[in-house]
Design a protein around this ligand. Sequence first.
Ligand code: NAP
Length: 327
Amino acid sequence: MSTQRLKTAIITGITGQDGAYLAQLLVEKNYCVIGIHREGDGNDFYRLEYLGVRDKIELLGCNLLDPKACTELLRSFAPDEIYNLVAQSSVSYSFSKPHETIEFNIMTVLNLLEAIRSVDTNIKYYQASSSEMFGKIESLPISTHTQLHPISPYGISKAAGHWMVSQYREAYGLFAISGILFNHESYLRTDSFFVKKVIKAAIRISRGLQTTLALGNIDIKRDFGHAKEYVKAIWMMMQLDQPTDFQVCSGTSVSLRQIAFYVFDQLNVDHERIVIDPALFRPAEIKDIYGDKSEVEKQTEWKYTLTFFEVLDMLIKEELANDPYEA
Ligand code: NAP
């Protein structure tokens, strides 16, 4: 009787939103998961704990800016798949920390791809690309013909990583792919990101713990989905025979104003509690963006049907169920 070998996957950015959901998915699929976090103490594994997978994966500190450490990592664990999710992931923060964003988000990709090239070219590689790479957009939806024209340090760093993956695939024949993911949210999103910030503030205002919520430009539109569903697409594209980049999105955009008003309505909070603060406007901003999910739905079994208002209902419910707010 033959026993099926467990696949080994390395996930970088294991402490983040997508790292946690992907770890949960791969554990369910019986993978041996190695989760990479920052070196040293002080890492916060609350997302992995929340999903009940902290004890089911191996956690390891590694400096991904060190090429030798990346090579050693691959030699030690001989992974079948690498999911490179690590990044300085905030567009806003990237305007104030361009050096850090560009260096970290580009060099980590280069180091991992070079490590694959020197250790084992059969290792499959996934890169977390972003719709922010498109920036200045001439027409929608985003298609395979849309040019990359990033307008933030974050977008530039992701575009560079994206091209590197493409170059390593073409030049060295690696199974290296980019998932071009549009905004995806969850209860596990970092508090400073828009949707989580709005939900938390609305609950706090409804409880008399906060008076107003300051927001920047809420007339921009984005294509939003749920992180737990999007990591399924990531895994499926890594199981294909041919390495192919895909857009992962809902296929429609909603404005930040619609989101904020919807959340405030659900929690019976007056819209007048929202204060627009020009200091929170970004130096450059994509006005509207949405993608096209037809290719990923055609070539994998992934299907996405949730509207973002359905996602918001789920997120509000989950936030209230884990109520940390004191009355
Ligand atoms: P996230 O929650 O912000 O997670 C980012 C991860 O990167 C965390 O584990 C974080 O570690 C780590 N990290 C950041 N800076 C680091 C540094 N200097 N040194 C070491 N580790 C560092 O992001 P996410 O939402 O899960 O997104 C996952 C990936 O998808 C990212 O590459 C992001 O850019 C990309 N993406 C996300 C979206 C989205 O809407 N969520 C859309 C498109 C693309 P700490 O916890 O220690 O900070």
